[in-house]
Write a protein that binds this ligand. Sequence first.
Ligand code: SAH
Length: 523
Amino acid sequence: MNGKVWLVGAGPGDAELLTIKGRRLLEQADVVVYDRLIGPGVLECASPEAELIDVGKSGGRHPVPQREIEKILIEKAREGKRVVRLKGGDPFVFGRGGEEMEALAHEGIPCEPVPGVTSATAVPAFAGIPVTHRDYASSLHIVTAHKRKDAPIDYDVLARLEGTLVFLMGASEVREICRSLVEAGMDKNTPAAVVERGTTARQRRVTGDLSDLADRAAQLEKGVRSPAVLVVGRVAALAEALDWRMCLPLSGGRVLVSSVSRGKKGGCLTTLLRSRGAEVLEVFSSRTEALDVPLPSLDGYGWLVFTSAEGVEFFFQRLKADRRDIREIGFAKIAAVGSATKSAIESRGLRVDLVPPVYNGAALGEALLHECRFGGYPRLLLLRGEHGAPDLPRILKDGALDFDEVSLYRTVPVAIDSRSKDLDAWDVDAAAFTSASSVRNFAALYPNARVRAVCIGEQTEKAAREMGYETSVAKKATLEDLADAVERAIMDILGSGGCPRSKSAEEGGTIDARRNGDAPGGA
Ligand code: SAH
């Protein structure tokens, strides 16, 4: 039976500009065939089991030829797979989506396009340029600057259009396009702008008019590079006044988040950092697996102590597998480290007797100590994951409590973005860590990485220092404080940037980029 192919637009770079439908299809895909301009963070929506095929040009390699791409799509669909063909921007805006759909139709393979946010409108928007405006432009024309002998660009027609012109694929043609438009009769004072790597942390924008834009753009370190859009028309003059993006505190910052498990701590932190303007790459998520260790008889314990919701799940799995059940615990009490763990226990129909005021191992240890002193020093059973934080057992030991510990499961990191393997190319400004284990997992996956580590607390910082990273710590162990610490780190590296804007150029036009050019080793 044939599978199906979805031509999904991934948006212009910012991971959050992927559509909801696009994300759902990515999550469900067996195979993802993707291009070069897919933003970091988009691919990580794919399931860890999905096969990822890179057909774009990256790291000096040539892109896979179009025929070859079509063959891959046909082949994978014939195997009955759900295939997502992921393209930058919108699949039908100069994305060769039409050709691929024709090739699939020819083979009788079902195919659906899923429109995406095109760079033609989104990249100007991220540079403060609305592509239409009641007072300045009532039409929008998206033009490819890519030259084809059989279809040269008709500048005479373009010069007569009153609306906004947006040129794609023209990074190296800015001078020629501006000159040709003036030669064809367009006013040389027509405002124009180039926006490079729009919507990403490395976005750079240059504004001017048709007569001087190319010279101004030449001031950019290494000149204008692909991908870039060229906007010509009166709306381009609004960029200065409407530049909303440089006002975000983390705009221009690239932050790596090594999330311990997807959708949990890392996920929230990612959202928090993105909302402050950072570009975020989540480098791994994790998978938990049961450990095959015997569970002791439970009737001799006065307390069962859980430190994670996963621990609760694995505990019940284990009982079931051993053909035992919860009645064994008799009147033993139950402690949970925090609210998520408590909910997991309560969902099993059990009441939780103790949750510490602060959700960490040390506070749990102190609270247990207090309870047990007045409760005749019962024995405790700690039900945790492997390599749990040392605070809890240490405090119990210091308090002379009698306890056993069972490691029910372990956490294994899983890389979630294939390109994150090449961290150097991604050129991060800072990495945020929410636990010592995430530092260790990160270091195990990327032994050569040297990052500036922004840590949630002291244990995490200690682990990061042991790896030789430059470190800083959040004021308090909350995600907001961690995000504040990331802001300070970015400020340190990129300068204050933001508002008031960091600009370099004379009257009439500006270069606007928090970082003009790349750090060494940039992508
Ligand atoms: N289908 C895509 C366009 C593909 S053609 C879309 O709808 O956006 C590739 C061109 O798109 C690039 O040469 C560049 O002109 C533009 N482009 C794509 N992403 C961009 C970005 N982040 N910043 C600036 N231009 C971009």
